[in-house]
Design a protein around this ligand. Structure first.
Ligand SMILES: Cc1cc2nc3c(=O)[nH]c(=O)nc-3n(C[C@H](O)[C@H](O)[C@H](O)COP(=O)(O)O)c2cc1C
Length: 339
């Protein structure tokens, strides 16, 4: 039986514990999409606090793939240096670090050539997207590949493809926003085609021994939307192209209210784990050390993510170790007197 303080190994990535900081947009860059001093301080604080795996916020693979004008990007070689700074600093404090490669699709709020599988608006606050041409598909696939190359050059341990929350990849996967009549819409094998191309292209740049993850919205909160069994079916068709771990989230595909409570997404993650046989990162409104530990101990997820709780408390891991009376060996030596 594992707990949150056990190591976790996937491919060549060895994590010192099972606590993950999920990607969270900080909207703190500028038009350049480059890393700012804030990002260094922000990610470092969670590394010093003991987080096992940090996943850098949604990072745009194309300028028009940004969610906001303040997103980080890896669409240009000039953005590698700042990312390398984050990676090198975080490594100094014993955490491993990944980056979430993302394209906003119809949820691009910059109004810069908003593209999507089909011309359907998210809601009236967003632009009406332009239906992607086959050339647009090729450009996006190549952008993911080039960004993966840059992530490798920056020294990241892990790449996560953002396939959740109603952004571009998710828009193709969901019957709620993909009404295409060509080879990218209709049947499941068509809906997953762009993601398959992205995975294959990323894998040309990202070494086989390094893990590649996929974030999914396993439940879309609509009777006609994807559910864990649909998403698992898709993952099973894709995993042999090089997906090693699934980060399970939900929602964001349509504009609706979600009844969120601590642990509200865990069952979706457990179902994806069972149906795909891949390790899963699960979470959603987790705060309490016993609850996070229970999820791993009972095998309901392999790793747990704490988003907003880690924003409130970068030292969550150190505090959890103390409360669970775990003899934690990785305490930063400067802080040992607080142990
Ligand atoms: C400020 C903020 C920014 C977020 N940005 C992203 C993002 O860039 N990519 C992503 O997949 N999820 C994003 N999320 C969702 C989180 O990764 C996480 O799934 C969500 O907050 C639920 O976990 P929590 O209840 O522990 O915060 C964001 C959430 C917050 C609060």
């Amino acid at each position: 039986m594992s707990d949150i303080f056990d190591e976790f190994i996937v491919k060549d990535l060895k994590l010192k514990n099972r606590v993950v900081m999920p990607p969270m947009c900080m909207y703190s860059s500028d038009e350049t999409g480059k890393v700012m001093d804030f990002h260094i301080c922000h990610y470092n604080a969670r590394a010093v606090g003991g987080t096992g795996l940090i996943i850098v916020e949604a990072t745009a693979v194309e300028k028009r793939g940004r969610i906001s004008a303040n997103d980080l990007g890896l669409w240009d070689d000039s953005q590698i240096e700042g990312m390398k700074r984050i990676v090198d600093e975080v490594h100094l404090y014993g955490a491993k670090i990944g980056v979430q490669l993302a394209h906003a699709g119809r949820k691009n709020e910059t109004d810069e050539d908003v593209i999507a599988p089909s011309p359907i608006m998210f809601n009236f606050k967003y632009s009406l997207p332009r239906e992607m041409t086959l050339e647009d598909v090729d450009v996006v696939v190549e952008a993911f590949g080039q960004s993966a190359r840059r992530a490798k050059e920056a020294g990241f341990d892990f790449i996560e493809i953002h396939g959740a929350h109603g952004y571009l990849v998710n828009e193709f996967l969901s019957p709620l926003c993909n009404e295409r009549k060509d080879e990218y819409g209709g049947r499941v094998k068509n809906q997953i085609r762009i993601l398959k191309q992205i995975i294959k292209r990323v894998r040309q740049e990202w070494p086989d021994e390094k893990p590649l993850g996929l974030r999914v919205s396993a439940y879309e909160y609509d009777a006609h939307g994807n559910k864990p069994e649909d998403i698992s079916f898709m993952i099973n068709m894709l995993k042999d192209y090089g997906i090693d771990i699934i980060n399970v989230s939900s929602g964001g595909v349509i504009d609706c209210k979600i009844d969120a409570f601590p642990g509200y997404q865990i069952a979706y993650g457990t179902e994806v784990k069972k149906k795909t046989n891949l390790p899963v990162i699960v979470g959603g409104l987790l705060e309490h050390h016993h609850m996070a530990n229970e999820i791993v101990k009972n095998g309901r997820g392999d790793l747990v993510y704490l988003g907003r709780e880690l924003l409130r408390n970068p030292y969550w891991v150190l505090q959890a170790a103390r409360k669970l009376e775990y003899d934690y060996k990785e305490w930063p030596k400067q802080y040992e007197r607080a142990k």
